[in-house]
Design a protein around this ligand. Sequence first.
Ligand SMILES: [Zn+2]
Ligand SMILES: [Zn+2]
Length: 341
Amino acid sequence: MKAARLYEYNKPLVIEEVPNPVITDPTDVIIKVAGAGVCHTDLHLIEGVWAETLETELPHIIGHENAGWVHEVGSAVTDFKVGDPVILHPVSSCGKCLSCRAGEDMHCEKLKFSGLTVDGGYAEYLKTSERALIKLPDIVDPADVAPFADAGITAYRAVRKAAPLAMPGTKVVMIGMGGLGHIGVQIMRELGNADIITVDRDEARLNATLELGASNAVKADHNMIPNIKTLTEDKGPDIIIDFVGSDQTHADSMKMLRKGGHYFVVGYGGTVNVPSLNIINNEYSIVGSLVGNYNELYELMVLFGRGKVKLHSTKFPFDQVNEVLQLLHEGKINGRAILVP
Ligand SMILES: [Zn+2]
Ligand SMILES: [Zn+2]
């Protein structure tokens, strides 16, 4: 099959012929990839940011936002058959450890993460387990929904944590209106009941969020904090959901969060630097959020099925993978890019 593999950090991926994945465990499933979302985490992987944490062996096939059709099933697979359209939770979890039994696939002790710790979806075929699959309605092209597998559930999990706090009158600031952010706004509109203020550098992205449920959109420039203060009666937001996670967004967030406020960190790369005196004096809650579990992906697909969450995306031919990664790096992808093999 054709695959794009990472041989060396900070180098373009190599498109080449590699052997197809084979079933080795009775619960394995081989998927014919319909589409793979292109994510900032892919850029971080190529930069080597995850190298020590994951101990990924090179060459490696990246791509963790995958959907497609069941191509082959192991002998113990009972709920799926060849040809079924599916979206893949990015993790194959064991189902037996305490985290799995609590429903937290991301914390599985034997977790295999497609595209991070095992080969992913920048290829024609990929191997996962039956536990990771959610069946799609026949009318959906799996390629169209692939980014929900990570961009979608990552936004969903963070907003699901914040939504019970988002009551009428609550001010929620959401920073970064790219792949995750534009989905997050719609989920907050559905699960919460707050005033949503979106933040981005790009005016077109910001204006689009006003159609998705934001009450105000604020440009990320030197007037951002005063503008947000004005929109929050000078008190600052009750909730901030940070889909960017840079030193700048961390610092800005800690400058404007209201007393008793909640700061949800979803994007990553920077360092949250806040004196403990400020945390206790303001009773801040600083909460991390990591991807999402199987049930959260299921819930998101129910919302999608009801027509409540729309995904802005552009499809690219697989051979353009390196060009697409470059465009994402330059901030030139609106919504999500999807590679189609
Ligand atoms: Zn991702
Ligand atoms: Zn487990």
